[in-house]
Write a protein that binds this ligand. Structure first.
Ligand SMILES: C[S@@+](CC[C@H](N)C(=O)[O-])C[C@H]1O[C@@H](n2cnc3c(N)ncnc32)[C@H](O)[C@@H]1O
Length: 272
């Protein structure tokens, strides 16, 4: 295992999947848990089903973590077993607590899947491939494609590198920060909140995805969630925030191509 992967594993074993005093995992810090954003976040998590055939025998969850949110459990509701694969043993201990007998738990590297070809009727991978060096992303997509049965699909969520909406928001956030008198120290903390800070992340662009992955397999880019946690925290206020987010969700559904490629998180659907 490379030094980077070892560090990612240690991070999740020792920090990311440890529970904090509020009962959430440390990793939940990178999610907007405020009531005002709850409905939007809930509905975007359910969008994974837009890329998944809902029934089958085995569903692979590559980089499963602890299957931490309840919506995540719904992905495998129509499958006999959910095979959770993760590099972190702590992730899998927690996943076993959460899904018990429905799960099979495998410590492994998602860029070298220890499964035979065509073993799975479906696959999901959420926020995990970005922990690999970009040069290894094609291998991870290739592995998911290899283990997928023909005629089936995989639903993959990973953030884009500096997407258009975030680039537009940054100057406004800078202005709001100055007006609210936030300190530079605070700025440093905020600036890492979209990435699981403390561990390695490398993101892609739509152009890269289409040329490096789209040239090798059939893929479609759909919207998942276009507003990053950073944007949600700065722009969505308790008063009127829910209505605003309903409007955003509607826009994402109405203009899927734009929001899939210019928002923060796409849903990448691989078809075999
Ligand atoms: C940001 S968490 C996401 C977990 C879960 N999919 C979710 O959305 O809540 C990333 C997960 O990927 C796992 N991971 C990172 N690199 C991996 C690798 N090379 N192989 C397998 N799992 C990996 C981490 O241990 C961690 O549990």
């Amino acid at each position: 295992m490379t030094d980077t992967k070892q560090k990612v594993r240690e991070f999740y074993d020792e920090i990311g999947w440890q529970q904090e005093q509020d009962g959430h995992y440390q990793n939940a810090r990178y999610e907007d848990l405020r009531p005002v954003s709850r409905e939007y976040i809930h509905r975007t998590r359910l969008r994974v089903m837009n890329g998944l055939i809902p029934t089958g025998k085995f569903l692979l969850d590559a980089g499963s973590g602890p299957v931490q949110y309840d919506e995540y459990k719904t992905y495998s509701r129509g499958y006999q077993k959910r095979v959770c694969l993760d590099i972190s043993i702590q992730a899998l201990r927690e996943a076993r607590n959460r899904i018990g007998e429905h799960g099979l738990f495998v410590v492994g590297d998602l860029a070298n899947l220890p499964f035979k070809k065509e073993s799975f009727d479906g696959a999901v991978s959420m926020h995990a491939i970005h922990h690999l060096a970009l040069a290894e992303h094609p291998r991870a997509y290739g592995e998911i494609h290899r283990v997928l049965a023909s005629g089936r699909t995989a639903a993959i969520v990973n953030g884009w590198y500096e997407p258009f909406l975030s680039r537009m928001a940054e100057p406004l956030i800078g202005l709001m920060r100055r007006l609210s008198g936030r300190s530079e120290k605070k700025k440093k903390e905020w600036s890492t909140e979209d990435d699981p800070s403390g561990t390695f992340v490398q993101k892609m662009t739509p152009k890269w995805l289409k040329s490096e992955i789209g040239s090798k397999m059939d893929l479609e880019i759909k919207p998942w969630r276009s507003l990053s946690t950073r944007i949600l925290r700065w722009f969505v206020r308790p008063f009127g925030g829910r209505a605003f987010l309903r409007f955003v969700f509607w826009l994402e559904s109405k203009f899927p191509t734009f929001f899939a490629e210019n928002g923060q998180y796409p849903l990448i659907v691989i078809k075999k």
